[in-house]
Design a binder for this molecule. Sequence first.
Ligand SMILES: NC(=O)C1=CN([C@@H]2O[C@H](COP(=O)(O)OP(=O)(O)OC[C@H]3O[C@@H](n4cnc5c(N)ncnc54)[C@H](OP(=O)(O)O)[C@@H]3O)[C@@H](O)[C@H]2O)C=CC1
Ligand SMILES: CC(C)(CO)C(=O)C(=O)O
Length: 341
Amino acid sequence: MKMAVMGAGSLGTILGALLTKHGYEMDLIDVNAAHVKALNEKGAKIIGLMDLVQPVKALTPDEMTEPYDLIFYLTKSTQDESALPYVAKYLKPDGIVITGQNGMPEETLNEVIGKERVLGQITGWGATWIEPGVSKLTSEPDHMTYEIGEQDGQITDRLRQVAEILSKAGNPRMLTNLIGTRWSKWTSNCCFSGMSAVVAGTFGDVLDNPHAIRCSAHILNESMAIAKAAGVTPEPFQGDDYAALAFTTEKEREGNIPGLKACVESHRNIRTGMLYDIEAGRYPEIDTTYNGVQCKLGAKYGVPTPVNQQVVDIVHQMAAGKLKIDPANVNLIQLPVLPKE
Ligand SMILES: NC(=O)C1=CN([C@@H]2O[C@H](COP(=O)(O)OP(=O)(O)OC[C@H]3O[C@@H](n4cnc5c(N)ncnc54)[C@H](OP(=O)(O)O)[C@@H]3O)[C@@H](O)[C@H]2O)C=CC1
Ligand SMILES: CC(C)(CO)C(=O)C(=O)O
């Protein structure tokens, strides 16, 4: 079986290295020529919570020649436009692509690749690209989870086959409600990655700021209202029932905040990749993965998203250099007034 990781960055370098180590024929494909060179010459070096140097085969998209049976798709959503045409061109007619991106990425892939060839993967671990050839694993290796599913919820032979492959790089679980599980992770990302950008800090900085965590709670509320309007049943994610944290009154919101905080307490050191992107002068995933998608879906289903919209506006202004990367930006967000109880 001929396989590739498309977008061998933070996550993809590690996934590609681990699958290569277990004997799979893997190509690590990435636009960063210096990274590709280092991977080929020195191997993939994994640091942080894993210590591994693994010889790998890497190439740039322009060097692709052979069709693939299975492609793990791990570029950022802001790179879809440049990466997906290569996936479409080099995927066998009966091949599959599985997207491990955050957000709700399947729809975008369906349009370019065709729904019948697209599977979804919720990546439950983190990594940071350090320099050419090097990626840092930021989650414990035994917490490297992959929740994978067919878009129609069937447990198929090909899904089992992907689970078998991913079992060599962590712990896969097959889902019958991919979108329901995605919804909860996506909600969590919008609450904490979105607000991590606004507070110019870590998830812990969001947790410790009373106004910021209330903003996160309202983002969750908007997301759950959209799920209801869209007919989606959110599933618990990593044991946390985000849907149960929705509220209608101020009293309920305050009562639910400790539960919301508990969902990410163990991730308090994470700083959203959107901040790194803004600092590096790159456009962040706000419109294509995080709160901007909430606003688009809210508009589609007639659900107001005032807090998500303010997060999007602030991140846009930060990315355009019109607002400083400053924790005080959180004070710009105004919350909707709720009945007291
Ligand atoms: N990092 C994490 O901890 C987690 C990330 N995710 C999600 O997974 C996805 C990937 O994230 P992450 O690994 O951090 O992203 P990275 O930016 O680290 O990796 C993406 C890689 O794709 C490369 N790339 C860009 N354009 C193309 C192209 N046209 N063809 C091939 N490669 C390309 C990038 O190169 P260059 O940098 O030069 O543009 C980069 O090396 C995102 O959706 C993210 O939200 C999900 C869970 C955890
Ligand atoms: C939260 C995290 C680090 C992983 O899901 C992420 O992808 C982001 O905010 O950029």
